[in-house]
Design a protein around this ligand. Structure first.
Ligand SMILES: [Zn+2]
Length: 284
């Protein structure tokens, strides 16, 4: 096979140009993690939702409350969708969260909403897998690079209908919660935060890869809700994603979501962030 283009004489010099961070985050409003963690220390559990294996469940968290996603019975990854509880057209924006914080998120980083709101909807306040860092393959945990397993891609690649992909699980759960037809709910399902999933891009071909998640029962990822949230979490049919997804072959386990409310006055002075203040005139 011929190469589509031959390299110029200065190819190495051009490749050697140092990268520039697209979005330096020095001017990004910083969460007051100390305030959140102090409020969390005095918080009490107000609700819990069990997410069955190969299925999804919804949960609600008021602004100023906390939610924890835990591995309980065995290594399992979860696909998380989040919406503004009062206006589900405002939802988690995986792409911009990735652009701001990188391919994987951990303590102190935030989940942002879509345009035109673009504001923090949740802040990560604890991550028991933070120790993992970035492994020798370029893999790390809790990614915002994957989309979610879905039956359309499955059909494209294998032709098999499989109904318990995260996309379908999230769609059924949201439709049930909103009491709307499946196609209406499906339109609101979006690219996820892959909780506990260990992923990266291969350095040689740039392909998206997954590997066995380091998660074990007892591990958790915990968030502070910046706005009133509606969440949906799918316990991925890939289980720990060590081999395959979009089938019933992997060992799968439930996930636990727990909601905590802070003590009265613990968040004194804190207010939910406003929607983005850009005037939306777009130069017209
Ligand atoms: Zn999945």
């Amino acid at each position: 096979m011929s190469h589509p283009s031959s390299p110029p004489a200065d190819a190495e010099a051009r490749r050697a140009v140092a990268p520039v961070i697209c979005y330096p985050t020095e001017t990004l409003p910083r969460p007051d993690l100390g305030l959140y963690q102090r409020a969390r220390a005095g918080a009490t559990k107000v609700a819990e939702v069990m997410v069955p294996a190969r299925d999804a469940a919804v949960f609600q968290v008021a602004a100023g409350q906390f939610f924890r996603i835990s591995s309980i019975e065995g290594p399992q990854v979860g696909d998380l969708n989040l919406w503004n509880q009062h206006d589900i057209s405002e939802r988690f924006y995986s792409g911009k969260t990735r652009a701001l914080h990188g391919t994987h998120v951990t303590t102190g980083e935030r989940l942002w909403t879509n345009l035109p709101s673009l504001r923090p909807m949740a802040t990560i306040i604890a991550d028991t897998l933070e120790w993992y860092g970035i492994d020798r393959y370029g893999g790390s945990v809790h990614d915002v690079i994957g989309t979610r397993c879905d039956p359309y891609t499955g059909h494209l690649l294998s032709g098999d209908p499989y109904h318990h992909c995260c996309h379908s699980n999230l769609t059924r759960a949201l439709a049930g919660h909103l009491d709307v037809p499946l196609p209406e709910a499906e339109a609101h399902v979006h690219d996820v935060l892959n909780v506990f999933m260990c992923t990266g891009f291969t350095r040689d071909t740039g392909q998206y890869f997954m590997k066995a998640s380091p998660v074990q029962p007892g591990d958790y990822l915990e968030f502070f809700a910046e706005i009133d949230l509606l969440g949906a979490l799918s316990a991925c049919p890939g289980g720990d994603c060590s081999s395959q997804h979009s089938s019933d072959t992997a060992a799968c386990f439930p996930l636990l979501v727990e909601i905590y409310a802070p003590a009265q006055g613990a968040l004194a002075g804190w207010r939910p962030p406003a929607r983005n203040a850009y005037d939306r005139s777009h130069g017209a």
